[in-house]
Write a protein that binds this ligand. Sequence first.
Ligand SMILES: *[C@@H]1O[C@H](CO)[C@@H](O)[C@H](O)[C@H]1NC(C)=O
Ligand SMILES: *[C@@H]1O[C@H](CO)[C@@H](O)[C@H](O)[C@H]1NC(C)=O
Length: 477
Amino acid sequence: MKVYGALLALLQCTATILASVAPSISGPDKIYGVNLGSWLVLEAWMLPAEWAAMGGETCDDCSQCIASEFAYAQAYPKTVDFAFAKHWPLKDAGINTVRIPLGYWIIEALVDRKTEYFPRGGLRYLQRGLNWLKTAGIQAILDHHALPGVQTAGQQFTGRCTQDVEFYTDYNYHRALVWTAVMTTISHLDPSFDSVFAIEAVNEPIMDATKTPGYGDFQKNFVNCIRAVELLLGITVPGETLNFKLPSTNITDAFNVAASSSGSNIFNDEIRSVLKDAVPILTGIVLELGILNAQFPSALVHSQRTPLVANFMDINWQHNNPANPADAAIGPQGYDNHLYYSFGGVADPTEEAYLTSICNLQRVQADAALGNTPLWFGEWGLPTQFQASDEFLFKWADAQKLAYSQGKGWIFWNFKTEISEQAGDLSRQWSYLDGLKRGYLTQDPSQYNDARVCDSYRNSSTSKRTNQDLTGASRLG
Ligand SMILES: *[C@@H]1O[C@H](CO)[C@@H](O)[C@H](O)[C@H]1NC(C)=O
Ligand SMILES: *[C@@H]1O[C@H](CO)[C@@H](O)[C@H](O)[C@H]1NC(C)=O
């Protein structure tokens, strides 16, 4: 036992060293991940006792009480330690990836303080947390989870519970692009952000594509924005070159030159306007975070970096003729699908129907047919619409992991939830760490309690499954 433990520690140590010296950051081969939900975008349902202690409220319609971050703008100081004090178990559990939900308000200059109320100071917590993750050899996806103007109605995860959805407008697309330009820049310049390999454009947009006008153009500009910044940092972007000379002074000067250059595909009018607006924001952030690299001639410093993965919810997240994010690709791209059975619309609420559905899941194949590869499952969990037995949860965890591993891998929602009287049984089906403790989830995430769990369920029902597959919804997280 002891010898085995020492060997394991040595292996983990070697893996960490390899991870931290590897020059390429295009992400792990297979993703075994967890979401760091409720760290920088607080969702009260996940921490009911803490929320009540903070003076927050709980109600059925979350727009009607103090149930979101917007409604309680002092959230950070209380929640930071909630997340990080207990992070080390993730490394021991073989987790190689985290998805970090972020609000647009973490870039404070983007908040219109006359009408929008959010806490300040998140960026430095993010920097500190990413530093810890880097030390642990865990790679990170920066997930734009709560968008300016709110991307979907009545959800705590957008930071503001409201029916007034205004993300799908030029003004708010622009703010999201400035956010993207800033995040891309610091991801490449600040060594604390070395573990970042992907930025996700929009978490869970409205599923009906007729209600998201302009989203296809936004997808293209999201990619243009990341690649424009990378070109300005001297990073090689496949198939793209600059048609103007970079100044050799510093980053913000390079942005200014690009903003006043003549347009090209990537540096179109909107992107040049985004770069211009990013300059004063970056000037402040470079000082605040103490980013020294911003002063050096970019091409010399950054030629070792590789382009970030541009990450989108997959095309099949939406229906009614959605834009295909694959059409936006320049350089590496990755796709995200979320699957929860507990909100209905996926399978009948029985053990048999759940396992039949998941064991025959065709989402990876359906996405691949539309160019949405690699696909990972960026949110899933163990919740069910029925009272699940322990015995079922062992199968339910294995069967989902098998299904999602057909693609690039999986990211569990959430790494933990509150354990308290108010929270009741919440953590049993929503917390990765609790699932490990209870044994549903295996210490080595690439393993299974029963790798043959699906054998007797595959193709055992009729074909009506496929359509349901594609419209099954997540409404939380
Ligand atoms: C870049 O240099 C200009 C002067 O040329 C200065 O005003 C600006 O603050 C610098 N930006 C950064 C990020 O250091
Ligand atoms: C199940 O059906 C799909 C498509 O109908 C097929 O591609 C697949 O090979 C089948 N799997 C098994 C285990 O029979």
